[in-house]
Design a protein around this ligand. Structure first.
Ligand SMILES: Nc1ncnc2c1ncn2[C@@H]1O[C@H](COP(=O)(O)OP(=O)(O)OP(=O)(O)O)[C@@H](O)[C@H]1O
Length: 270
């Protein structure tokens, strides 16, 4: 079951004399909800996500998980980064099992549990291979299996697919929310890509910059899986673009172009 998240009037300065990076951020995320945080580069998305992970403590305000103020990381709220951060000398299976071993499970039990997850993420034939022999997309799948192995209540994703090819990205954008829905995991994803936000989330929070604030919110009430060519998808994309234009968070031309349908991105990559 997913956890509730509460961001209570968070303001953050990286040094006491600095201007705030984040200002008066106040938001609730319900158990099992999937939320995308979007905004310009440098607006503070990753900073906020690190706070949700317990990796950074806000200067003012606090973050609560299930009502409890968090002050350190936990296996219950796992974070996935742009780069998979795997141990290169270990096999796929050993990397995926690490969280369970740290949590005190026996090697046998950890291996049994991760085997099922590696099957689920499509790595059934790679379990004994060294992770260095895997592609970037396959390595990110190992990181996903490792994140899911400890049965987290919250999955925090920091642009996890931005380095992947269009086909792999598109597949994972569909698979990850399906896994979270099936397991009831609360998910928060940070992204620059409007299409990724609509594809993966049931709610989009738009951030401004200098200081970073949540300036608007858009529910995504489209059926799963999301289809980029659907009229509802395109309407939401237009609406989010308008919201950007109405704030100082406007996407750059490149980001705006990157929000074209993934299908067409995949076609051009091919
Ligand atoms: N450890 C730090 N010390 C000082 N300033 C920092 C630190 N980490 C981040 N910042 C600053 O805080 C601001 C927000 O950074 P953050 O990485 O959260 O933005 P972001 O929206 O995630 O950007 P991007 O989309 O480019 O990853 C930036 O101006 C950054 O330089």
């Amino acid at each position: 079951m997913g956890a509730s998240l509460s961001i209570d009037y968070v303001t953050h300065r990286f040094s006491p004399s600095a201007e705030p990076t984040l200002k008066d951020i106040d938001a609730r995320i319900e158990p099992g909800q999937m939320t995308a945080l979007i905004g310009r580069s440098g607006c503070g998305k990753s900073t906020l996500l690190h706070m949700l992970a317990g990796l950074l403590i806000p200067s003012e305000g606090c973050v609560r998980v299930n009502g409890h103020q968090i002050s350190s990381p936990s296996a219950k709220w796992n974070m996935m980064f742009q780069k998979a951060s795997l141990y290169p000398w270990m096999t796929v299976q050993e990397n995926a099992a690490l969280g369970l071993l740290f949590a005190g499970h026996s090697k046998r039990e950890a291996t049994r549990q991760v085997d099922a997850l590696l099957d689920m993420v499509g790595l059934h034939d790679k379990k004994k291979e060294n992770v260095q022999s895997l592609s970037g997309g396959q390595q990110q799948r190992v990181a996903l299996a490792r994140s899911l192995a400890t049965n987290p209540e919250v999955l925090l994703l920091d642009e996890p697919f931005s380095a992947l090819d269009a086909f792999t990205r598109s597949a994972l954008q569909e698979e990850v929310p399906a896994i979270c829905r099936e397991r009831g995991i609360t998910m928060v994803i940070v992204t620059h890509d409007i299409d990724e936000a609509i594809t993966m989330a049931d709610r989009v929070l738009v951030m401004s910059q200098n200081p970073g604030r949540i300036v608007s919110e858009l529910p995504v009430k489209l059926p799963w899986p999301r289809r980029h060519m659907d009229v509802g998808f395109q309407t939401l994309r237009d609406e989010l673009m308008q919201q950007f234009k109405g704030t100082d968070t406007g996407l750059s031309g490149r980001d705006a172009q990157s929000s074209q349908p993934a299908d067409s991105k995949a076609e051009s990559a091919a």
